[in-house]
Ligand binder design. Structure first.
Ligand code: SAM
Length: 506
């Protein structure tokens, strides 16, 4: 497959692997509401933040929505948008790689972009997500009116590229709208309600699709040359008996098959998203003004209704949503109102001055944006984090301040490439593909001495939680050292791995 090349691409390709793996450190005074429902707002560079999320969220995120700087060569109030072209590609490549790792097998990623970088981004995403996982390029009508000062064209739209993690992904259908229902009518007062006359012909050859049929007035109809009836004569007569065939107001027109509104399903998503349905740039600017009256507005917010549509198609309640170029916090505000769980990452100070207070308002019952359409009242909460210490120092050695749950999640991910779902502070981390994993660290076995219980001895082996259940299974134990000889380890089917030497960075 042809791929994109640019100066320093090699650097971009290894960047995700080489970037520091950091802890997330909570700032409790900026967290708000019920903090235990797993919603996170993180201030920091999203490359390091995404890497920190991997051991906990890999394969869990149902929908990533990002709206990265478009590279419009502008300097906005809250961030700069003027990277040299190849630097922009180097910014995006490793972040998209990590986002892919975080996506659920049945997940999708949505990226807002405009003509400045869209066509390069498409090729980049083809490389990272696979060309056959490209789903659609949505056109969002962002402008309300033309910009007459434009030198050449006034741009009315942005793109939103949609890729799925695998090609089997099926978008959820959208609820029918008044507009989509309004084309159904009921000229014959059918008690089953409004209907649409459906085409009775098909282009595809059909062995039972060539016949002539007489209508109520005696007029005879056959399929037009080169086309076929889409149902057999027998079926057509059966539908006619049930008043499901329409022969026109006088009974003299060619038959059509009635499609009742009460029997059609919700709407398949389409690629043209109009401003009257999902809002425009003006809508989002107004939303910001209402949220932060008198304050310098964020230059490039998205309307909540746009995100609402994305989340309706890509997620259901309780699913994880991630936005790592959070801006003013629209994605997580909409996700909160729609009862999705979320992670938002923003590098700028506006993580604290816009995203955090915006979420507080939402939790307190803010009624702008999509509050009405999503039935939002109030409640919930989130934790605010910043990027903390590196888990490994510059020589690759484990930082001694690392706590048990962090090391447990890290080791679990290293071994299984899946996130550790629950870490209930037990030395037994769980089993994966018939291998049981144990971690002896931070005195997890209850021995309060600093190094207590971190060494695998015969006594420790006997006291390991659930150990007898793994008889005959392969067991991997991480610990500071072992006093068991090779033959004893072999006999118990144990592979011992030594902390910190056998614990590598991701
Ligand atoms: C176009 S704005 C997003 C707007 C957002 N969709 C909204 O509705 O407000 C892009 C944001 O990405 C942030 N950003 C840029 N580089 C980043 C990075 N490396 N890590 C985290 N955020 C970053 C910028 O500070 C800016 O706030």
């Amino acid at each position: 497959m042809p791929i994109l090349q640019w100066l320093n691409k090699e650097e971009a390709v290894v960047k995700a692997k080489h970037c520091a793996y950091r802890l997330l450190e909570e700032i409790p005074e900026l967290s708000y509401g019920d903090k235990d429902n797993q919603n996170l707002l993180i201030q920091g560079d999203n490359l390091e933040a995404l890497k920190a999320l991997i051991p906990f969220y890999a394969g869990k995120v149902k929908c990533v929505f990002i709206d990265p700087p478009y590279n419009t060569m502008s300097a906005f109030e809250h961030y700069d948008d003027n990277l040299e072209h190849s630097k922009w590609l180097t910014l995006m490549y490793p972040r998209l790689e990590l986002l892919r790792e975080l996506l659920h097998n049945n997940g999708s990623i949505w990226v807002a972009i405009d003509d400045n970088e869209a066509h390069y981004l498409k090729v980049l995403m083809d490389e990272i997500f696979g060309r056959n996982n490209f789903v659609a390029s949505v056109i969002w009508e962002k402008a309300d009116s033309p910009r007459n000062s434009a030198k050449q064209f006034s741009s009315d739209h942005d793109f939103i590229f949609v890729y799925s993690k695998n090609s089997e992904w099926v978008p959820r259908r959208l609820p029918r709208t008044e507009e989509s229902n309004s084309i159904y009518t009921n000229p014959d007062d059918d008690p089953r309600g409004p209907w649409l006359p459906g085409d009775p012909y098909a282009n595809k050859p059909y062995s039972k699709g060539l016949y002539t049929i007489e209508g109520p007035t005696g007029r005879v109809f056959s399929a037009p040359p080169g086309r076929f009836w889409r149902i057999s004569e027998e079926k057509l007569r059966e539908l006619d008996k049930d008043n499901r065939i329409w022969w026109g107001p006088t009974g003299n027109a060619r038959p059509s098959i009635k499609k009742f509104l009460s029997e059609v399903s919700d709407l398949v998503p389409r690629t043209l998203w109009k401003k009257q349905d999902v809002g425009s740039n003006r809508t989002s600017k107004n939303e910001m003004r209402k949220l932060f009256p008198g304050q310098a507005s964020f230059a490039t917010p998205k309307p909540e209704a746009l995100i609402e549509r994305v989340l309706r198609i890509a997620t259901e309640e309780g699913d994880y949503v991630l936005d790592s170029f959070l801006g003013s916090g629209t994605t997580i505000a909409a996700a909160h109102k729609m009862n999705r769980r979320y992670v938002g990452v923003e590098i700028g100070e506006h993580a604290r001055t816009l995203c955090q207070p915006r979420l507080e308002q939402v939790i307190n019952g803010e009624q702008g944006g999509i509050s009405e359409s999503s039935g939002w009242k109030q409640g919930g909460g989130f934790r605010f984090y910043k990027l903390g210490q590196a888990v490994f120092d510059e020589y690759g050695c484990l930082n001694s301040d690392i706590k048990f749950p962090t090391l447990a999640a890290h080791i679990w991910y290293l071994e299984t490439k899946t996130p550790l779902n629950q870490c209930d502070s037990s030395a037994y981390l769980g089993s994966y593909k018939d291998i049981a994993y144990y971690l002896l660290y931070n005195g997890i076995l209850g021995d309060r001495r600093p190094q207590g219980g971190n060494v695998l001895t015969s006594k420790v082996l006997e006291s390991l939680p659930d150990i007898e259940e793994h008889n005959g299974k392969q067991i991997i134990v991480y610990g500071e050292s072992t006093r068991l000889g090779e033959s004893r380890l072999k006999q118990a089917n144990i592979t011992f791995k030594q902390i910190p030497y056998d614990v590598s960075a991701l």
